[in-house]
Ligand binder design. Structure first.
Ligand SMILES: Cc1cc2nc3c(=O)[nH]c(=O)nc-3n(C[C@H](O)[C@H](O)[C@H](O)COP(=O)(O)OP(=O)(O)OC[C@H]3O[C@@H](n4cnc5c(N)ncnc54)[C@H](O)[C@@H]3O)c2cc1C
Length: 497
C-alpha cells in the first residue's frame, strides 16, 4: 500500500468493489444493497454507462431488437432477486390496463401451460431494460458507478486488493486511477466474439468485414442490400442467434418479395435426439430444440444437485449433454425451418470449410472439404456469410483475467475457465480477510451449469453474499423471513432498500 500511495495515482477506498459493471455486477450490487450495504460502501467500475449496455448491443446486432423476446423465463429478473412478480404477470397487468383482455389471456395460458401445451414464456428485451432502469434508480447505481477500463488487479499487503483503471470520458484524461477494497466481484462477461477458424483466416487475408460478418457485429448493410436486390446468404452456427437471423431474412423476403436464398452450412448432420436419463432434447431438421440454454432442472432442480455432486473431471460430459448449441424451442422458429426447407429458399449443407475467398465481383466462394451422407455441393458462391458460431470464452483472450491468472497461478477447470468454490470464490486469491468472487461465463464448468444467464448471475450473487454474511463482512444483514418480506415490499413500491 505504501508503494501505491507513493505512486501519485489517485487512490480511492471502498468496501465492496464490483468490476465489469454489466449485468453480473448489477445483480451482485443489488443483492448487497438489499442486504443492507450503504451506497457509500460500494463502488462499481466498468466500461458501459448502463449495466445492460453490452447485453443490449449484442442482442441488437444479432437481430434481437428491443421489442423481441429473449430466452429466459418469467421469474429470471436481474432487477428483482425474489423473481416475483415475474415478467409474465407484469406483462399481463399492463395488457389488462390497456384493455387488451385477449392478449392478457394468452400470456396467462402460456405461463400456466408452458412447456407441455404452449411454448415457454420469455420477456421482451425492452421489458428487461426498463425494469433494470427502475432498479438502478432505486439502489443508487449511478452514484456507485465509475466508468473506466480496468487494466490490472493485484493483492495489497494489508489484506485487500487494488484495481487500476483508466477513466473514460471527462476528468483526468487517460491517467490511471485506483480503487482499493477488501471484497471484489468480477463479472467481465464474454471476452470476445468468435469467428470460425476459416472465417478468421479470410478476415486476416482480405481485411474484409463487409461480405463476411460475425452475427454479433453490426451488419445492417446485409439486410439493406438483400431488401434491394435479393441474394444468397450462408449462415453458420446452430444457436438462437442463427434462428433469429433466419427469421429476419425471412421477414425481408416476405416484405420485399425479393429472391433471398439461405444456405445453412453445418459441419455435420445430427442424426438423433440427445438423451439424458429419461429426459430428451429433440433434434428436428438438424437443429436441437430446447427452451433454455440448459434444462430447467439445471437452474434450480435435481440436475443442479447432480452437477454439484459430480467430480470436477466428469462435469464436462454432463455440461455437453445438457447444453451445447441449442436453439429456443419456439413454434414459429420450428415452422420457419420446416417451411423454408419445403419451399426451397432455406437449404442445409454439411461439411467442413476448406477456404473462403472473394470472387472479385463482391461475392464469396467457399470450398468445402468433407464428404457427407447427404447430397451437397463442394463449392458455394454467396453474396454474404453470417457467422453465428458465438462468443469466445477462452481465458487467454481476456487480458485482465489472463494477467490475474498468470500473476497468481489461478487454477483452471476442465472447461478451461477459472476454478471457483460453490460460493463462487476464487479461493487462491484469498488475502487475509479479503475475498474475490467471480460470476458469469468465466465461472463456467464449476458446480453450477447456467452461470451465463440471469438466473445464474442471481444464483452466484446469492451464494457469494451469503458467504460474506457468514464471514461477518461489514454492513450486511441476513435476508431471512421478515426482512426479506420487508425488502420485497420496498422493491414493490420502488423505495430505496
Ligand atoms: C446476445 C445475448 C443474449 C442473451 N440472452 C439471454 C437471455 O435471454 N436470458 C438469460 O438469462 N441470459 C441471456 N444471455 C446470457 C447472460 O445473461 C448475459 O451474457 C449477461 O450479460 C452476462 O452478464 P455479465 O455481467 O457476465 O456480462 P456483461 O453483461 O457482458 O457485462 C460485462 C461487462 O464487463 C465489461 N468489461 C469487461 N472487461 C472490462 C475491462 N477490462 N474494463 C472495464 N470493463 C470491462 C464489459 O464492457 C461489460 O460491460 C445472453 C447473452 C447474449 C450475449
Amino acid at each position: 500500500m505504501g508503494a501505491l500511495r507513493q505512486s501519485g495515482l489517485p487512490v480511492a477506498e471502498t468496501t465492496y468493489l464490483a468490476l465489469g459493471g454489466g449485468l453480473g455486477s448489477f445483480v451482485w450490487v443489488d443483492y448487497l444493497r438489499v442486504c443492507g450495504t450503504a451506497v457509500d460502501d460500494i463502488a462499481v467500475v466498468g466500461y458501459e454507462p448502463v449495466p445492460y449496455g453490452r447485453f443490449q448491443r449484442l442482442c441488437r446486432h444479432s437481430q434481437i431488437f428491443d421489442e423481441q423476446r429473449i430466452r429466459s423465463d418469467s421469474g429470471a429478473r436481474p432487477d428483482n432477486l425474489w423473481g416475483w412478480p415475474g415478467y409474465a404477470v407484469q406483462e399481463m397487468a399492463g395488457l389488462l390496463r390497456q384493455g387488451k383482455w385477449g392478449e392478457a389471456g394468452r400470456v396467462a395460458w402460456q405461463i400456466f401451460s408452458e412447456t407441455a401445451l404452449a411454448d415457454n414464456y420469455a420477456p421482451r428485451a425492452e421489458t428487461v431494460y426498463r425494469a433494470l432502469e427502475r432498479e438502478m434508480k432505486r439502489i443508487g447505481w449511478r452514484q456507485m458507478f465509475h466508468q473506466g477500463e480496468i487494466c490490472a488487479i493485484r493483492q495489497t499487503d494489508d489484506g485487500r486488493y487494488v484495481a487500476v483503471y483508466v477513466p473514460v470520458g471527462e476528468g483526468d484524461g487517460r491517467a490511471p486511477h485506483c480503487f482499493v477494497a477488501p471484497y471484489l466481484h468480477l463479472a467481465l462477461g464474454h471476452p470476445a466474439i468468435q469467428l470460425a477458424p476459416e472465417s478468421q483466416a479470410y478476415r486476416q487475408n482480405t481485411g474484409d468485414c463487409h461480405l463476411l460478418v460475425q452475427a454479433y457485429e453490426q451488419h445492417e448493410h446485409i439486410y439493406q442490400q438483400l431488401a434491394r436486390r435479393g441474394g444468397l446468404v450462408i449462415l453458420r452456427g446452430r444457436g438462437i442467434v442463427a434462428s433469429r437471423i433466419l427469421q429476419r431474412l425471412d421477414e425481408i423476403r416476405r416484405a420485399t418479395g425479393r429472391d433471398i436464398q439461405v444456405i445453412h452450412l453445418l459441419r455435420h448432420a445430427l442424426t438423433a435426439d440427445t438423451e439424458y436419463g429419461r429426459a430428451r432434447r429433440r433434434m428436428r431438421h438438424h437443429w436441437q430444440w430446447q427452451p433454455y440454454n440448459f434444462p430447467k432442472a439445471a437452474f434450480g432442480g435435481d440436475l443442479r444437485q447432480v452437477l454439484a455432486e459430480t467430480a470436477p473431471e466428469a462435469r464436462l460430459e454432463l455440461l455437453a449433454a445438457w447444453g451445447g448449441s441449442t436453439t429456443s424451442d419456439r413454434r414459429d422458429w420450428r415452422e420457419l425451418v420446416a417451411q423454408g426447407r419445403r419451399q426451397g429458399w432455406y437449404r442445409l449443407v454439411f461439411g467442413a470449410v476448406g477456404c473462403i475467398r472473394p470472387n472479385g465481383r463482391n461475392r464469396l466462394i467457399l470450398h468445402l472439404q468433407e464428404e457427407s451422407p447427404l447430397p451437397q455441393e463442394s463449392r458455394l458462391v454467396a453474396d454474404f456469410m453470417i457467422d453465428c458460431t458465438g462468443l469466445d470464452d477462452r481465458l487467454t483472450v481476456h487480458p485482465l483475467l489472463a494477467d490475474l491468472s498468470g500473476r497468481y497461478g489461478l487454477r483452471q477447470n476442465s472447461s478451461g475457465r477459472l476454478e471457483v468454490t460453490p460460493d463462487f470464490e476464487l479461493k487462491q486469491l484469498r488475502n487475509g480477510e479479503g475475498q474475490v468472487f467471480l460470476a458469469g461465463t468465466m465461472a463456467f464448468g464449476n458446480v453450477y451449469a447456467p452461470v451465463d444467464s440471469f438466473m445464474g448471475l442471481q444464483y452466484a450473487a446469492q451464494r457469494s453474499v451469503e458467504a460474506l454474511i457468514r464471514e461477518n463482512a461489514p454492513g450486511l444483514r441476513p435476508l431471512h423471513g421478515w426482512e426479506s418480506a420487508r425488502q420485497w415490499w420496498r422493491w414493490q413500491r420502488g423505495v430505496e432498500p
